[in-house]
Design a protein around this ligand. Structure first.
Ligand code: 5GP
Ligand code: SF4
Ligand code: MG
Length: 457
């Protein structure tokens, strides 16, 4: 998912709409905005793409100087309208809207506790759980109540919470999900990725820190911690495939890191070949890096139909297979009679690689050498990326030779864990560390509760 927020701008809802466009790649199942005019909150949201959702929006009905927005793809919770965010709640003490990227690992247990105490929840989204926890907190002060509630969560999360007169911004204690703050004139802007700042002409100010809670109001920004400072564990998959190449995460540009992944991969696993090609869009940067390092030509051997959404958005395997077929086509004249290196950013189920190897061979490629610009995915993600069952992971259930056989390639090689880390954390003074749990099985957050600190203002 992707989140966007803005405080202190006359055109808050419109700018959120633009910001969500820049974050569209992070989720295509639903989109929405909640705007505050200082006395009440208004919502516009629906299932579908940002453009479709906002076609029906009347921005004059969404007047106000603060807004939060969300694009959704479901990892937990059902698809469908009820779970589209932001979620909006009304109470006698005022209203509250929430938007969330990530996954709360103990959401099921927390729901159970809430239900035992008499709460009835409307959605299956873990975001609603946080809203209830905030409301139920015995702390009178809103900020303290939010801290109280956040301290009950275990997992990876970037939260935007808005009331009539405040916006709260929170990042999980390990900083697994990305979240940055920017400025647009006097306004404050928050987004999952910095590409949203570029689109609206905002400037990047800084990353939200792990375990940090920001309170934004007309008085400015206040920062406090709700959790002990832990080593940052930004999701490596954000660099590998999820984020946009023009975004900077933790001061590292995504395209540049992908290119380095390709270069490291060429050093580790060179292939005797004539031409290098990448699977558009997310693998092109790595393919360019691989080609440059090898001294081979980078060519557009595969093209993408840009009117078809990301394959992983499709809910079933059948639809996914069909999706890949409709989405990617070989460029026959480029690959015919050639030994082709096909770079992909990652293999999850193997659908893409299998289909593309076949496609390239049918188009006349003499050999197809598959090179993957990240380590093999062998373990599920519990932190908000959709690959949650081990049975689905082709690398978890096959040896490299079996996998090579299954996808029909002449050879297969992955980037090493060290190579990935080199490519992302190129400068340890500016980058504090990554999560690679799905590739290594080393989980930075276990289901047991993380250590927390008590709140002091
Ligand atoms: P596969 O086709 O092996 O299931 O998925 C890998 C390919 O799809 C890669 O090209 C990657 O860009 C994209 N992809 C689709 N869904 C996911 C996902 O959940 N995680 C990752 N890492 N890549 C995905
Ligand atoms: Fe990202 Fe993998 Fe860690 Fe999940 S387990 S947060 S996908 S690196
Ligand atoms: Mg891809």
């Amino acid at each position: 998912c992707g989140v966007f927020g803005i405080w202190g701008h006359e055109k808050a809802a419109e700018l959120t709409y633009y910001g969500l466009h820049a974050l569209q790649h992070r989720g295509q199942e639903g989109a929405g905005v909640v705007v505050s005019d200082g006395t009440s909150l208004k919502i516009h949201k629906d299932t579908g793409l940002v453009n479709d959702v906002f076609k029906q929006a009347n921005f004059s009905d969404l007047a106000g100087k603060a807004a939060i927005g969300h694009v959704r793809y479901s990892t937990q919770g059902d698809k469908g309208y009820a779970n589209v965010q932001p979620l909006l709640f009304h109470t006698q003490q005022g209203s509250m809207a929430l938007a969330h990227n990530g996954n709360v690992m103990n959401a099921f247990e927390l729901r159970g506790e809430l239900e035992n105490e008499g709460s009835i929840l409307q959605t299956t989204s873990d975001t609603e759980v946080l809203a209830h926890l905030i409301k139920r907190s015995t702390k009178a002060d809103k900020e303290e109540a939010i801290i109280d509630a956040l301290q009950k969560l275990v997992g990876a999360y970037a939260y935007l919470i808005m009331t009539e007169d405040r916006m709260y911004v929170a990042l999980d204690p390990r900083g697994i999900r990305p979240l940055s703050i920017g400025r647009l004139g006097d306004a404050y802007v928050v987004a999952s990725e910095t590409c949203a700042f570029d689109l609206i002409g905002a400037t990047f100010e800084r990353e939200v820190l792990p375990g940090e809670l920001l309170t934004i109001s007309d008085d400015g920004v206040e920062s406090t911690r709700f959790a002990m400072r832990e080593q940052r564990r930004m999701c490596a998959m954000e660099y590998v495939y999820l984020s946009r190449p023009d975004s900077d995460l933790n001061h590292v540009n995504v395209h540049a890191s992908r290119k380095r992944m390709g270069m490291e991969l060429a050093k580790e696993a060179p292939a005797e070949a004539d031409v290098v090609t990448g699977v558009p869009d997310s693998s092109i940067s790595a393919a360019i890096g691989y080609a440059e390092q090898m001294g081979l030509p980078y060519e557009m051997g595969i093209i993408k139909n840009r009117y078809i959404g990301r394959t992983f958005i499709q809910p079933s395997q059948e639809l996914r297979e069909q999706g890949v077929k409709m989405k990617l086509s070989p460029v026959r004249r480029i690959v015919e009679g050639k030994r082709v290196v096909m770079i992909d950013d990652s293999i999850v189920r193997g659908t893409t690689s299998r289909r593309i190897v076949r496609m390239l061979k049918e188009a006349g490629a003499k050999e197809v050498h598959v090179r993957i610009a990240s380590p093999s995915i062998i373990s599920p993600c519990y932190y908000g990326i959709d690959m949650s069952s081990k049975e689905e992971l082709i690398a978890a259930n096959n040896t490299l030779d079996e996998l090579c056989d299954q996808i029909g390639a002449d050879s297969v090689a992955y980037l090493s864990e060290n190579g990935l880390e080199q490519a992302i954390v190129k400068d340890k003074t500016i980058h504090q560390g990554i999560c690679t749990a799905c590739m290594t099985g080393k989980y930075p957050v276990k289901k047991e509760k993380e250590s927390t600190i008590s709140y002091s203002k």
